[in-house]
Each structure stands twice: as structure tokens, then as C-alpha cells.
Design a protein around this ligand. Structure first.
Ligand code: PLP
Length: 380
């Protein structure tokens, strides 16, 4: 982790945990292919299978259902393309990550995008109507927790409505895993997406977890790895690191009450410094680590840059993959206008966050609000 920075951007990437770095290094040094039948190959295979058990345990799934991928993006694409083949109607929510929305939009026909309510929860009435309109085999994809607002979605209800129409349900649990308990069986979903770098694991590795008995059409062909569900030599260091991160994330769930308290206190102090600020999703159940806060009239980039200069790392709404900040499609999906969607930043805490980090943000934010206030008065 970069020293002298208060890193409050865990929903973008959580800093790697020391035990993960050790597991990655060990696997990297093993230097063997898990498909090889010799002794080093068998040792590599053991690492993969151990990680499979560890990742499955984090979400209460059977290890057999875990398909390792190159990350959450690939897992989401694989779920949408491979869960139902042929697929009649794909139903996704408007607040999904782009790795769900983009493949959904690419379908052009046989797709429904369901809006969210202003509180950040998927609109279940709109979902029910979309299910009524749907034809052919149906797949519904709704995330467990939103990456920008942290709002926890009513996935149990989504499953109930979907089942009534014989639909399969995919759930992107990338942001929920390690922040709230996730139990795939209790949720009742058919497929679940995970990403290692959001739980203190290495980037570039994730998983699509399938419930028992579900078939999957692979996206990548050309090898029998992952029981024919995802071709390509396994990312051994990444997978070993993912397993280690899953163990730590599960053990850390107990500490999240403390993170929640830190978040609540931080939120109260940010609001006190800027009473006009809006906390998006505050009225709904939320992850204990996330704050999505908007400062009316001040572009998110301006806020992020000012905080960065003060040594505080946060994101502008959604992390921007191209370096360009677009208005948040999540806030727009919740019915907010473009101005609101351009003014929101995301603060997200995690396993190594401290009160000192929170304090630094409060100081920098208070200074930012003071300067903004002065500039506004000067313009009057
Ligand atoms: N889904 C959600 C909700 C996310 O927040 C992200 C990453 O930001 C992804 C999927 C993509 O995961 P990855 O970065 O592993 O491709």
C-alpha cells in the first residue's frame, strides 16, 4: 500500500493482504502446470483444489460449482452468455456493473433493463412486469450489493419472483463478499460472481459459482480446464491468492461491525461539514463500508482531485476504467438527474482502514467545503 495516503477506495480494489502475497509468491515459485501428471504438477493441482474449497466456503457453495475466471468481468460475461443457451429474455437491473449491462445491451433484442427506486433498491414491481413480458427461457441478473452506493438488493425477493416464471437467477456478489455474510444456498440463486481483488486478493482472478446440477456453455474454448467450463491454463498464483483472501475475508466478517461504526461516524462528520451534501442510498440497507456522497454543484473529479492532493484516495462515483469520469449510471438508474450523478464521490473502507484514515478525510473534506463555500460567496 502507498504510504502516507489514507486509502479509502476498497470498492475499487482492496489492498492485498500479507497472507495473500505469501500465497501468491509460493504458487508462483512452484512453476508447474496443474494439468501435468508429475509431482510438481500434482502439487499445483492441490493448490487449485484447496483454493476452490476456500472460495466455495466463503459463499456457502459446493467446491464443484466454482469456475475460476480472470475476474468478475469475465464471470459476469460467462454467466450471461452461458447459463441459458439458447436464452429467450435477459432481465438485468439498471444499476448493475458495466460487465453485466454492456453484454445485456449488446443483445439488442430479448433484453429488459429494470430501473431502481430513489433509495437504490431494484424496483420489484418493474421486475415483475418485465418477467410477465418475457418470452422463452429467462435469465435474471441482479447484484447483491451495489458498488457505488453499497445498497444491498432484495435478492431473495428477486429469486421468488423469477422462480414463479421459471427463470434462472444470476447474482453479482463481487462487492458483497467479505463485507456481509453471503450464502448462495440461502440466497437461492443459480449463479454467483466473485472477484478476488475486492476482498484483498490479487487482481485478474475471480469465479463464477454454480449451484449443483447447473450446466454452463463455456465462453472460452480450447482446453478441458475447469471441468470443460473455462478453457486455459489456470492462473495458479492468482487462484492460490484468491483462496487465501477468501479465508481471511470470512474470518474478518466479525470485524465489520467496527468498520460499520467507523463508517457511520465518518458519514455523520462529513454531513456536519457540508449540510447540503446528499448521502445516496442512506434509506436502504447498505454495506457497512460504503459512503456515496454528493456535494451539489461540485463535480466529482474536482472533489477527488482536491482530496487526492490532501493525501486521501477515494473514487468519483464508479471507478472510471478509461480515466474519464462519466456521470454515474447507478444514480441515474435511481432516477437522479445528471447534475446529481456528476457530483457524487464514493468512500469505501476495508480491512486495513483506521480512525486516522477517517480523520484525514474529514479534515480534507472540511477544507474542501470551506474553499467551495468561499468561492460561492465570491461569485455572488
Ligand atoms: N461487479 C461489480 C459489482 C464490481 O464492482 C466490479 C468491479 O468494480 C466487477 C463486477 C468487475 O470485477 P473485476 O474487476 O474483477 O473484473
Amino acid at each position: 500500500m502507498i504510504r502516507d495516503v489514507a486509502y479509502l477506495d476498497y470498492n475499487a480494489t482492496a489492498p492485498v493482504r500479507p497472507s495473500v502475497a505469501a500465497a501468491v509468491a509460493e504458487a508462483l515459485c512452484l512453476g508447474a502446470n496443474p494439468s501435468s501428471v508429475h509431482r510438481p504438477g500434482r502439487a499445483a493441482r492441490r493448490l487449485v483444489e484447496t483454493a476452490r474449497v476456500q472460495v466455495a466456503a466463503l459463499v456457502g457453495a459446493a467446491p464443484d460449482g466454482v469456475v475460476f475466471t480472470s475476474g468478475g468481468t469475465e464471470a459476469n460475461n460467462l454467466a450471461l452468455a452461458g447459463a441459458r443457451d439458447p436464452l429467450g429474455t435477459l432481465i438485468v437491473s439498471a444499476i448493475e456493473h458495466d460487465s453485466v449491462l454492456a453484454p445485456a445491451r449488446a443483445r439488442k433484442t430479448g433484453v429488459e433493463i429494470v430501473r431502481a427506486e430513489a433509495n437504490g433498491l431494484v424496483d420489484l414491481t418493474a421486475l415483475e412486469q418485465a418477467l410477465e413480458r418475457a418470452s422463452g427461457p429467462i435469465l435474471v441478473s441482479v447484484m447483491l450489493a451495489n458498488n457505488e452506493t453499497g445498497v444491498i438488493q432484495p435478492v431473495g425477493e428477486v429469486v421468488r419472483l423469477a422462480r414463479a416464471r421459471g427463470a434462472l437467477v444470476h447474482c453479482d456478489a463481487v462487492q458483497a463478499a467479505g463485507k456481509i455474510p453471503v450464502d448462495m444456498t440461502r440466497l437461492g440463486v443459480d449463479l454467483l460472481t466473485l472477484s478476488a481483488h475486492k476482498i484483498g486478493g490479487p487482481p485478474g482472478v475471480g469465479a463464477l459459482v454454480l449451484r449443483g446440477g447447473l450446466d454452463l456453455t463455456p465462453l472460452l474454448l480450447g482446453g478441458g480446464q475447469e471441468r470443460g467450463r473455462r478453457a486455459g491454463t489456470e492462473n495458479l498464483p492468482g487462484i492460490a491468492g484468491f483462496g487465501a483472501a477468501a479465508v481471511e475475508a470470512a474470518a474478518d466478517l466479525d470485524r465489520l461491525t467496527g468498520i460499520g461504526r467507523l463508517r457511520d461516524d465518518l458519514e455523520r462528520r462529513l454531513k456536519a461539514a457540508a449540510p447540503a451534501a446528499v448521502i445516496f442510498g442512506a434509506a436502504a440497507p447498505r454495506l457497512p463500508n460504503t459512503i456515496c456522497i454528493g456535494l451539489p454543484g461540485i463535480a466529482a473529479e474536482t472533489q477527488v482531485m482536491a482530496l487526492d492532493l490532501a493525501g486521501v484516495a477515494v473514487s468519483a462515483g464508479a471507478a472510471c476504467s478509461s480515466g474519464k469520469v462519466r456521470p454515474s449510471h447507478v444514480l441515474q438508474g435511481m432516477g437522479f438527474d445528471e447534475a446529481a450523478a456528476r457530483s457524487a464521490i464514493r468512500v469505501s473502507l476495508g480491512w486495513a482502514s483506521t480512525e486516522a484514515d477517517a480523520e484525514r478525510l474529514v479534515q480534507a473534506w472540511t477544507e474542501l467545503c470551506r474553499r467551495v463555500g468561499r468561492a460561492a460567496h465570491a461569485a455572488e
